[in-house]
Design a protein around this ligand. Structure first.
Ligand SMILES: [Zn+2]
Length: 245
């Protein structure tokens, strides 16, 4: 984790300090080496959030794009007492969950139901085949135009061929990052692909975005559940006689 408590205050890792996990209250040790991003490690993870995955620097880099006070936010369901740590939770109430490893669909759905207003950032580079399939995206995604204007919104009826299938049925937006820990800078697409939930005009809505644009969209509350729904509804009302670029 990127934060732990020292004397009750949230702190970044400090060499030789002893931290306490804000979730499970167990002791944390700082890892301040020269190779990996400085972080805290549990001495024992036994009682920590079962939803946490072992973090890569790719995961930490995503969390570090956001203010410290938004990172590793603890959530509690007041009715059931269930608690989890969200990777990032914004001021507008959007949870950003970053996922590198395979996620069991049952756990994925449980997280979606727990956080509700959320977006996934998924490592698309984990499976080599996915990266190769998306590299030709300009040939397979069709941009939607609105009058004379381009929208940067694309429709595809081949989502199952383009994106990791485990993520297609999510009821929330999923952003695929092909520059994951194993991403090859020379060949991977530099853009991220935001897959909107649900179908529209019989296809799936995709928005290719540079990393900075996705971050601005999150800060501007443009990918909150209600905003995403209004984009989908707006596209559904368009007549798509002129969809080709
Ligand atoms: Zn813990």
């Amino acid at each position: 984790m990127l934060t732990a408590n020292i004397d009750g205050n949230r702190s970044r890792p400090i060499p030789s300090a002893v931290g306490v996990c804000p979730f499970c209250r167990s002791e944390m040790v700082p890892r301040c080496g020269e190779v990996r991003i400085h972080h805290w490690a549990h001495k024992s993870k036994a009682n920590c959030d079962p939803w946490r995955e072992p973090e890569t620097d790719w995961h930490r880099n995503w969390k570090n794009e956001f203010p410290l006070s938004w990172q590793e936010k603890i959530f509690q369901d007041e009715a059931t007492g269930e608690r989890h740590i969200a990777d990032v939770h914004t001021l507008s109430g959007l949870t950003v969950e970053v996922q590198h490893s395979h996620l069991d669909p049952t756990e994925r759905r449980a997280r979606e139901e727990f956080y509700r207003n959320m977006i996934w950032v998924v490592d698309g580079s984990r499976l080599k085949g996915n990266r190769e399939k998306i590299s030709e995206w300009r040939n397979t995604l069709v941009e939607i135009s609105q009058g004379q204007s381009r929208t940067n919104l694309f429709l595809t009826d081949k989502a199952e061929e383009l994106f990791p299938n485990d993520w297609l049925e999510c009821p929330v937006p999923v952003c695929f990052d092909y520059m994951g820990p194993k991403g090859d800078v020379s060949s991977a697409p530099q853009v991220l692909f935001l897959l909107y939930p649900g179908t529209v005009h019989g296809g799936r809505l995709v928005e290719p975005l540079p990393r900075g644009s996705l971050l601005r969209a999150i800060f501007a509350e443009r990918v909150d559940t209600s905003s995403v729904r209004s984009v989908t509804q707006r596209v559904a009302r368009l007549r798509l006689s002129n969809r080709r670029r």
